[in-house]
Design a protein around this ligand. Sequence first.
Ligand SMILES: *Cc1c(COP(=O)(O)O)cnc(C)c1O
Length: 442
Amino acid sequence: MSDAPPSPAAGPAAAPLAYRSTRGAPGVVGFAQALLAGLAPDGGLYLPERLPPLPAGWEAAASVAELARLVLPPFVGEAGAEAVADALGFDMPVVALGDDFVLELFHGPTAAFKDVGARSLARLMDAALAGAGRRATVLVATSGDTGGAVADAFAGLPHARVALLYPDGGVSPRQEEQLTVAREGVRAFAVRGSFDDCQRLVKGAFADPALAGLGLTSANSINVGRLLPQTLYHLWGVAEVRRRLGANVTPRVVVPSGNLGNLAAGLMAQAMGLPVAGFVAAHNRNDFFPRFLAGTAAADAFAPSVATLSNAMDVGAPSNFERLAALFGARLPELVTGEAVDDAATLARMRLTHERFGYLACPHTAVGLEAAARTRARSAGAGPDLVLATAHPAKFPEAVERATGVTPATPPALAAAARAPKRVERLAADGAALRAALLDWG
Ligand SMILES: *Cc1c(COP(=O)(O)O)cnc(C)c1O
């Protein structure tokens, strides 16, 4: 992981890729610097300077870990690729529902697809910090799934530790169970305030000179270290469908979307040569992106977020839109179909999917299934759909019961979190209180 731009003398496959900002600041940085900084100095997001073609043999890879070793070295170096392979050692099965497929991304330790990005980021960061001889404190404000995935992913790593802030009484009991598991190197703070208060405290801590010595960093979805590993399951899912239906099949990939990281990863994979018949961006009532694709100017399409059943997708202004615009610009409407699905249609699709296939979908996955059905109704004769299933139904038992009358069985990972010893500290929604707690950590 060198910070030097690739040397023209080296072959393109061997050269480490450099990263540049979406906002066009001149100059490039190496992967480690992009990873540890998160945001570029001009406020933009990092992207690799180019997307090399997929290496020969990617379709024959026997696992996502093998894909990591094959595809990621130019992006993250050999050691980084090995770290991601290690992070992604859980199952990602493709399940047939009639003529279509779902790719289940929720068999990691916190039962949601956030595990993919969080676990990859944690291992990559730990390796980069070790290389730089540094340690860091990851500070995360969370209103739900991300915090649990980040805490689990970083627990016990030698070079990074995590402080989580969540609104006391503002997360579901199941989420709180996951956030407060006592983990090595993790502190959970229940803040007496709202999620916005938590975000304000985190922002204040980053700007606080008294905390400069802690090496504060973030782990949110703008980090390029979360994005790149997410390309791998797009490759995996498409290869699986082709193994079953034939090597000339090009599925359409349907992505339940909020911050658009998952979709950005899929489009990057397509630009590298992944054979797909297009993407569907499946949103809930937070429909910025479908409205943009239908012709509304981006500045006019942003809106405050509204609460829905698929709450991990309640995003009014998706941060990865900036990456999509930088990479694909005016071509986006050719590459992606947008759909917006409200809660009533989400529940109806959950019920229908259970009736037809005996399959329980979480509300996020159901938004994808409904968007797939609507897109198909407009384009008869298209190939199979591959819908990304982003959370285990047992993470949303109330919605699943309401739609289907069935209580989803709790998977082992969630049962283990429920049983595990808990540790949580109450914190006033006050910068001085957070400063004192962090300085006291040593
Ligand atoms: C985060 C999340 C999404 C949305 O993914 P983005 O990359 O933010 O678009 C969808 N489903 C679930 C369950 C999530 O946690």
